[in-house]
Write a protein that binds this ligand. Sequence first.
Ligand SMILES: Nc1ncnc2c1ncn2[C@@H]1O[C@H](COP(=O)(O)OP(=O)(O)OP(=O)(O)O)[C@@H](O)[C@H]1O
Length: 198
Amino acid sequence: MAPTSHLPPNKLPVVISGPSGVGKGTLFNLLFERHPDTFAFSVSHTTRSPRNGEQDGVHYKFVTKEAFQELKAKNGFVESAQFGSNFYGTSKATIQEQSAKGKVVVLDIEMEGVKQIQASDLKARYVFIAPPSEEELERRLRGRGTDKEEDIIKRLTQAKKELEYSKTPGVHDKIIVNKDLETAYKELEDFIYAPVSE
Ligand SMILES: Nc1ncnc2c1ncn2[C@@H]1O[C@H](COP(=O)(O)OP(=O)(O)OP(=O)(O)O)[C@@H](O)[C@H]1O
């Protein structure tokens, strides 16, 4: 499809989840490339320090632990989590700001975050990206060349839990198997651009 900035009929935020290495980032990149000025990625808050090249407000909103806790106490996050000694969260204000600019917000959220958003008052659409097989997921994680062996094992263990959870009826509006990239992309685009159903 040629680049177009037309908005989908359904403007609700789209929550995309799926195991690490399944291709979420790859699919997001295609969506943003092929629909410029249409979607906004929800930038998370974090209390960890920026890594080289990371910009505040682009990769993360970098905040202090105090500022994070204050916002959390005010019920300012739709989901939040702690990894190691750092906190991460998706703020309601971030989603509202982007929606107010006329963008459709897309969120990349892990399983526990999905559960929290579903328990929150945010109305959203839920897509799960599944691998063709666990073996192929492992191949992709290794092929990406970004993770240490111990991290690959952790990601694969977590992937089993995510795949199990994805079978829970009613959690996701759409499950897409990312076998052939263009086919999976088309399914994602068709879902996002589908007419509003009541
Ligand atoms: N359909 C596909 N066929 C083959 N390889 C793919 C496909 N989709 C993505 N990949 C490759 O798989 C690897 C993992 O993809 P990607 O980094 O997008 O995953 P991710 O779900 O965003 O992972 P994370 O949650 O860890 O960020 C990349 O090397 C990517 O090029």
